[in-house]
Design a binder for this molecule. Structure first.
Ligand code: AMP
Ligand code: MG
Length: 316
């Protein structure tokens, strides 16, 4: 078997029918998808990715109506947040219905659900008529894919249709994940939609916002899918504060990250990828000192970028 590219929705649907997977473009990163009701294909996601079963998948839907099939609760906070941020990079963890299997949620009673922003993918989910479970389309612990070639490179010998799109992965890092339980919102994974964005969207509402244990702490994981080794390139990646004059060491390639966190997030995984021909033995990402002068929301986006970087590399 080998994977193939297609911009045709029917071809993608046909690939699922024939027992393959479909890689879906989104505004964050590419996903490796299977219909929620195809247990055989959900299993294939884990095997293609070499992903452990304790790491749950996010269910992608095309609208709120479809989302409601998969979750037991839909309170006013969920309504306001989905109205404001969907389609977009916000995943909400809610109590699941029995249309979502334990394999998707790793046995948890909750499911992470999101409406991605990409016309091709939304058309595909619409045509399918059920949700698509999908983690990022990379091997477990490796760098997430932000274009079709990244996906092709990781899964070239698998039975996979890679759906192509004219739209770019403009966000560049994975979705923000929150859980909502009564009036408590917990941040499980930071992303481009920040605490400040969420609080603004819910102005006047009664709720509490809390940082989940794993949102920013870089200790041993206590929640599924938060392994400290993640997003890893194959070379050694180092992180450095861009203070004063940088004395470049031999054999290393230095990359100064853009101070604008939205640009850095968008470019991050492309910058992290292995070049085809390596002329260095390690790469050093230099973090611009001027990021400390940004506004609070931009600083929160930087925190989300660092959440990925400290798992992919080491401070020097
Ligand atoms: P990925 O799509 O590869 O970025 O991985 C999805 C991530 O979503 C997982 O690794 C978990 O961290 C998170 N996630 C998905 N479902 C749940 C859930 N029910 N509860 C908590 N976290 C979840
Ligand atoms: Mg991933």
């Amino acid at each position: 078997m080998s994977s193939f590219l297609s911009d045709n929705i029917d071809e993608a649907l046909g690939c699922w029918k024939a027992g393959g997977l479909v890689a879906i473009p989104t505004e964050t990163v590419y996903g490796l998808g299977a219909p929620v009701d195809r247990e055989d294909l959900i299993l294939k996601i884990f095997s293609y990715k070499e992903r452990p079963f304790y790491d749950p998948l996010i269910v992608h839907i095309s609208d709120k109506l479809m989302a409601k099939n998969y979750v037991e609760t839909w309170d006013p906070l969920t309504e306001l947040l989905t109205e404001k941020f969907w389609p977009g990079p916000l995943t909400i963890v809610l109590k699941k219905t029995n249309l979502v299997s334990d394999m998707i949620t790793s046995g948890l009673p909750t499911v992470g659900i999101r409406c991605p922003k990409n016309k091709q993918t939304l058309d595909l989910i619409n045509a399918l008529g059920v949700g698509v479970a999908a983690p990022s389309a990379n091997k477990f612990t490796k760098t997430s894919p932000t274009n079709k070639d990244h996906v092709l490179h990781s899964f070239k010998d698998d039975h996979l249709c890679i759906l192509t799109s004219d739209e770019k992965t403009e966000v560049g890092i994975e979705s923000t994940i929150i859980s909502i339980e009564n009036e408590l919102i917990t941040l499980l994974r930071p992303g481009i939609i920040t605490q400040i964005d969420i609080e603004e969207a819910l102005k006047g509402e009664k709720f509490q916002f809390s940082l989940g244990k794993t949102a920013f702490e870089e200790k041993a994981p206590t929640a599924p899918g938060q392994d400290p080794i993640h997003y890893r390139p194959t070379y050694k990646l180092e992180l450095m504060e861009g203070k004063g004059q940088i004395i470049e060491k031999e054999g290393a390639e230095y990359v100064l990250l853009d101070k604008d966190p939205y640009i850095t997030a968008r470019e991050l995984y492309l910058l992290m990828r292995d070049p085809l021909k390596k002329s260095f033995n390690r790469r050093v990402f230099v973090l611009p000192e001027s990021r400390h002068q940004l506004n609070e929301k931009e600083k929160q986006v930087w925190q989300s970028i660092l959440n990925r970087l400290v798992k992919a590399g080491k401070w020097v």
